[in-house]
Design a protein around this ligand. Structure first.
Ligand SMILES: [Fe+2]
Length: 484
């Protein structure tokens, strides 16, 4: 009976791997699917490469692994596959995480891939690169897979994410998942492995940023494989800021757990300088800056605005996708924290003089209290707070449209469009604010140095075997030599 079930599940996985999007599972089917996933597929996650021609892969591998590579082909039988070799890093659990970069991808093309560990191949999965003139992404936040390593809770929350993803794929031809942090609840490997277990999850590029809950463990550090990652003044122990480009969009993924403004400023400045022709700048980070939804967090958030507001204004960020509060909200166009142009549900904002800041609901952890939105918020979710919302973001050269859907009904909840014409002229930050921003950034970096002591103590108290230098150095992993 067990053998029959295994054969059935193997056939099911093969079928699913060749047909994306996948269908919705019952809880029992999902449990069986997770139980049947082979070790070779543990934690396979596709992350952005430096631009649309590249993808970064990561997965877990046994301690004695010698060779890791990704095979990429035009057909599901992997005939004529190109092999891309990579390297491994040691994890704190004693095994390894594989890191491979695939290059030379063409736009508008479907590829099939398998991850190979010392000759053992994963199942075959597929992904499609977007066309050169448009693409769509799913923006979600606070997925909060599980809270514990209880298999039932892991499975339940990972299934909810899979269901949202599956429904979102009926609304758009998705290329990316933009996730604004708190992917996990406790920062555990089991949470990330559950989150990435499905077929749809392995067909899309996960662009993640770290939330405060991801920071409770150390596993984010091992599976990340990020392009253009940087931190040089006060490194966080798990991640730096990173950026990538897709078509006309520069994406900036910022670690708002770190107060090191000097690092954030340097990362944004380098990204903007390297991509002067990118027409849109989209920032993704965890902390909610402007909704004021949770009154007791306002004093902390006020401090964060001092740090982030000058940066977003100086570098003309068009759209900031955030999380943390779990309350859906969209601000008016803001500059220096003040409204410069109204945003309406259904509206089109042309040549916005500033940034629109958006927060979405948590996928699994709605809050019960009615939000105390401030007057910067244009619209938000104020009734039936248990609803789950998710967002499709459509990017073209001239417009960015956000479509928010209600997961329960599948109906459109809200939408707005940012549009740029040939007349668009970015605002120039005045010298006083620039200097004040510079000072705030420097103070933030000094704060981050001291905060690393707290991080170190916190990790030790949780039983993680880290040295102090491990906790303050983003590169503490002993990286293996590239194997080619
Ligand atoms: Fe959260």
């Amino acid at each position: 009976m067990k053998k029959t079930l295994s054969l059935f599940l193997a056939a099911l996985m093969l079928l699913l791997s060749l047909s994306v999007p996948s269908f919705a599972f019952t809880q029992e089917e999902w449990d069986a699917y997770l139980a049947a996933e082979p070790d070779a597929d543990d934690g396979i996650i596709m992350q952005p490469g430096a631009d649309g021609t590249q993808k970064n892969f990561s997965w877990y591998a046994p301690a004695k692994t010698q060779r890791v590579r990704v095979l990429v082909a035009a057909s599901p039988d992997l005939a004529g596959a190109r092999a891309y070799d990579g390297k491994t890093v040691d994890t704190y659990q004693g095994d390894k995480a594989a890191k491979v970069t695939v290059t030379d991808l063409q736009p508008g093309t479907t590829y099939y891939y398998a991850c190979e560990t010392d000759g053992v191949k994963s199942a075959v999965y597929s992904f499609s690169t977007p066309a050169a003139d448009r693409f769509s992404a799913l923006y979600v936040t606070d997925i909060h897979v599980s809270e514990t390593e209880d298999p039932a809770e892991l499975s339940r929350t990972a299934l909810k994410f899979n269901e949202v993803l599956t429904q979102a794929q009926t609304k758009a031809d998705l290329s990316y998942i933009l996730s604004a942090g708190d992917q996990a609840s406790s920062g555990l490997r089991s949470e990330y492995v559950a989150m990435t277990a499905g077929q749809a999850e392995k067909s899309l590029t996960f662009a993640l940023t770290m939330g405060n809950h991801d920071r409770k463990g150390v596993d984010y550090k091992y599976f990340k494989n990020l392009p253009n990652e940087s931190s040089k003044f006060a490194a966080d122990y798990q991640t730096g800021d990173y950026w990538f480009v897709q078509n006309d969009v520069l994406f900036l993924f910022l670690d708002s757990n770190s107060g090191s403004g000097a690092d954030h400023r340097a990362a944004i400045k380098a990204a903007v300088r390297a991509n002067p022709d990118a027409r849109w700048r989209v920032a993704v980070m965890h902390h909610d800056l402007y909704s004021s939804a949770i009154p007791h967090r306002e004093s902390e958030t006020r401090m964060m605005r001092l740090l982030w507001s000058p940066l977003f204004d100086e570098f003309n960020i068009d759209l900031a996708l955030l999380g943390h509060s779990h309350y859906y909200s969209v601000t008016n166009v803001l500059y220096d924290g003040k409204g410069t142009k109204a945003v309406e549900n259904g509206g089109v904002i042309t040549n916005a003089p500033g940034t629109v800041y958006m927060v979405s609901t948590s996928l699994t952890r709605p809050r019960g209290e009615t939000p105390a939105f401030g007057d910067r918020v244009a619209f938000g979710l104020t009734e039936d707070l248990t609803r789950t919302l998710y967002n499709i973001v459509d990017f073209t050269s001239n417009a960015v449209t956000v479509r928010t859907y209600d997961y329960g009904t599948g109906a459109l909840f809200a939408t707005y469009t940012l549009e740029k014409t040939a007349d668009y002229a970015p605002k120039t930050i005045n010298l006083f604010r620039k200097i004040m921003g510079f000072i705030s950034a420097a103070i933030g970096t000094v704060y981050a140095w001291f905060n690393n002591f707290h991080v170190y103590n916190d990790l030790k108290e949780k039983g993680y075997d880290v040295d102090f230098m491990d906790a303050v150095n983003n590169n503490f992993l002993s990286e293996g030599e590239p194997v080619c």
